[in-house]
Ligand binder design. Structure first.
Ligand SMILES: Cc1ncc(C[n+]2csc(CCOP(=O)(O)OP(=O)(O)O)c2C)c(N)n1
Ligand SMILES: [Mg+2]
Length: 276
């Protein structure tokens, strides 16, 4: 089990170092369009990606904004992601997607168009046609959209092989869940006869809930913490940081992995900026 936790940490470490560097690039005004940082939430995609590797499955993946970690954890090319952040044609979305609409055809990652939650009906429809394993990531707010909820119902009716992942950071921009609704996503999905769980973004807890993925639809409402602002580079102060916890768990090895990924990310940025 230690090895799995370590593999997940390695992926999360790449994601965290990427986001930390991007934070600086936004602060330095090298990037001027809205950037949605996924720092704090990286263990979700990282844990799922490690489990998919183990199952030898390359699912179709549907994401929304705040998807850098999903892109990287599932093996998206870092250079194309940097180029996308620089608005270049060589970017993963031809320089036209920006941070919100990244994609990676090679890894079956489908980008988002900005209408919150519409990746849910699109992903369900795609899976209804293909019947191949599908992972749909959705925020706790986007999941509330009527078309998102009704398509979860359709996935249940048709017993589609879909893993619904609600990245529940408790926020819709700045509005907390308790202001928006008095119900929970896992309860609604349970009502629609989808096996649903409300869990933490603890990597082993996520990993353990992926045992029966793709036999039928499953929904994981994963509670997590957004480290930075909704968009752009800013922070409202210190909050719980799972990355620090995991790094401490691995001690010297954890710090070395972090350092390795820091160098990797800095090197990738240097290379891409020199290309200009
Ligand atoms: C249909 C629609 N409504 C509202 C918006 C504006 N909007 C953009 S992001 C966002 C919040 C999304 O919250 P969530 O889905 O929880 O994702 P998070 O930003 O927390 O990762 C909103 C309301 C939009 N883009 N589309
Ligand atoms: Mg949210």
């Amino acid at each position: 089990m230690k090895n799995i936790r370590l593999e997940i940490f390695k992926k999360a470490s790449l994601c965290r170092n990427f986001e930390n560097e991007l934070y600086k690039k936004v602060q330095d005004k090298i990037i001027k369009f809205p950037v949605y940082l996924s720092a704090g939430q990286e263990f979700i995609a990282s844990s799922i990606a490690v489990k998919m590797q183990e199952l030898n499955i390359s699912p179709d993946i549907f994401i929304q904004h705040r998807g850098h970690s999903t892109y990287l954890a599932f093996g998206g090319d870092i250079y194309s992601l940097i180029d996308e952040m620089l608005g270049r044609k060589s970017g993963c979305a031809n320089g036209m997607g920006g941070s919100a609409s990244i994609q990676c055809k090679e890894k079956n990652i489908y980008g988002h168009d900005g209408l919150m939650g519409n990746q849910v009906p699109i992903g369900v429809g795609a899976c209804f046609a293909s019947k191949t394993p599908t992972v749909i990531f959705v925020g706790d707010s986007a999941a509330e959209e009527d078309y998102s909820l009704s398509s979860i119902g359709w996935a249940s009716t048709k017993k589609l092989p879909i893993l619904f992942i609600v990245e529940d950071n408790n926020l819709s921009i700045l509005t907390e869940k308790k202001v928006r609704r008095n119900w929970e996503m896992h309860d609604v999905a349970t009502g629609m006869k989808v096996k649903s769980y409300d869990i933490k973004d603890d990597p082993m807890e996520i990993y353990d809930h992926l045992k029966n993925s793709f036999n039928e639809p499953i929904l994981l409402n994963i509670n997590t913490v957004r480290k930075f602002w909704h968009a752009g580079a800013g922070t409202d102060g210190e909050n719980f940081d799972r990355y620090k916890e995991e790094m401490n768990f691995f001690g010297k090895e954890g710090r070395e992995i972090d350092e390795y990924n820091n160098k990797l990310v800095l090197g990738a940025w240097k290379k891409q900026l020199e290309k200009q």
